[in-house]
Design a protein around this ligand. Structure first.
Ligand code: HEC
Ligand code: HEC
Ligand code: HEC
Length: 260
């Protein structure tokens, strides 16, 4: 074989290798080495974790207009929902309703996977196709007419690197293998898996004001196809501003304080 063809092969091989690169989050999980203390904590969490049950029989018991149209029963769109409920926040009574509401249009990873020093792109991800889609007409704030796109949870703002979603979709082979391993494992292996899956994640998530601010918002809404006026209404929304006034976990603020 000529040297030129050889070089051609090598270049092709490298390009293919790069195209096959694993999503960023998978790489982080594969490299995660939880220490004994993290593993011990994970064991306790896994023991307490209530397994999700997918209800196959539910449709028959509902009036027809509540029945799901799609036969395939999934409990959610994102990888995280293999184990977590679509409305995963329960602990903080103050914030849970808001955070769960956001989970319909913001991916879990947008709030929980923010590795230091890594530039992530935020795009609207369609979980059915695995592709980025246009953002026009997806937000509701400040519009009198209903948003032109349905708010069905299938399209969310998610982190990307080089045009690929950072977290695999639930139907990705790696995600399916992870789900199988979780189902079929005993406590020790589950604890190890839980620890590795969560080591790259942030337990706390961003503050309301990380997104609801004009200076350096976590999500640049205009880049996400939102008009300038609508973006400003979201950044300046009164309710998340109000949350910024809480000094500690137990402080109570009366609604009337909002107006002051
Ligand atoms: C294989 C199962 C599984 C998957 C997949 C999974 N989690 Fe979890 N996660 C758990 C369990 C078990 C806990 C312990 C608390 C509980 O029962 O909810 C937990 C806890 C958490 C916590 C609380 C902090 C902590 O470490 O206890 C956060 C935040 C979290 N998960 C986010 C995510 C996000 C975001 C994803 C997707 C990128 C994800 N999880 C994927 C099983 C999973
Ligand atoms: C808009 C940002 C945001 C999104 C989207 C989000 N989270 Fe969270 N999450 C948070 C914050 C902030 C906390 C910290 C505690 C709090 O204020 O409740 C948290 C806490 C948690 C916890 C701790 C336990 C609890 O009961 O609160 C789990 C588990 C969790 N998130 C899982 C998820 C999963 C799974 C998804 C996707 C289905 C998700 N989160 C989407 C911001 C978010
Ligand atoms: C990851 C970014 C992000 C975080 C963190 C975040 N928000 Fe939001 N929030 C948004 C976006 C984007 C919208 C616009 C939704 C729309 O218009 O459809 C929004 C909309 C809202 C709305 C208006 C909802 C409506 O239907 O008009 C409220 C209220 C709100 N957020 C409260 C909060 C509170 C409270 C917190 C903290 C507990 C919080 N947000 C954290 C991004 C975020």
């Amino acid at each position: 074989m000529s040297i030129k063809r050889w070089i051609g092969f090598v270049v092709l091989g490298l390009a293919w290798g790069a195209a096959q690169a694993q999503p960023d989050y998978i790489q982080a999980v594969e490299q995660a080495r939880p220490d004994p203390e993290t593993l011990a904590k994970a064991r306790e969490k896994v023991k307490k974790h209530k397994a999700l049950k997918i209800r196959d029989d539910i449709d028959a018991k509902l009036p027809h207009f509540h029945r799901r149209t799609e036969k395939k029963v999934t409990q959610g769109e994102t990888f995280c929902q293999i184990c977590h409920l679509p409305l995963p926040h329960q602990k903080s009574v103050r914030t849970r309703a808001f955070l769960n509401m956001h989970s319909r249009f913001v991916a879990c990873a947008t709030c929980h996977y923010r590795p230091q020093g890594k530039a992530l792109d935020y795009l609207w991800l369609d979980y059915r196709s695995g592709r980025a889609v246009a953002g026009e007409g997806r937000l509701r704030t400040g519009t009198d007419t209903p948003a032109s796109q349905p708010l069905d949870g299938w399209v969310k703002i998610a982190p990307f690197v080089e045009n690929e979603p950072v977290v695999p979709l639930p139907q990705d082979p790696w995600a399916e293998a992870t789900a199988r391993r979780w189902r079929e494992s005993g406590l020790e292996q589950r604890a190890e898996l839980q620890a590795r899956l969560h080591l790259p994640l942030e337990e706390q998530g961003p503050k309301c004001s990380d997104c609801h601010q004009e200076e350096r918002p976590l999500l640049d809404l205009e880049r996400l196809g939102v008009s300038r006026e609508q973006a400003r209404l979201v950044y300046r929304h009164m309710i998340p501003q109000f949350f910024g006034r809480y000094r500690d976990q137990d402080q109570k603020i009366r609604i009337i304080d909002i107006t002051q």
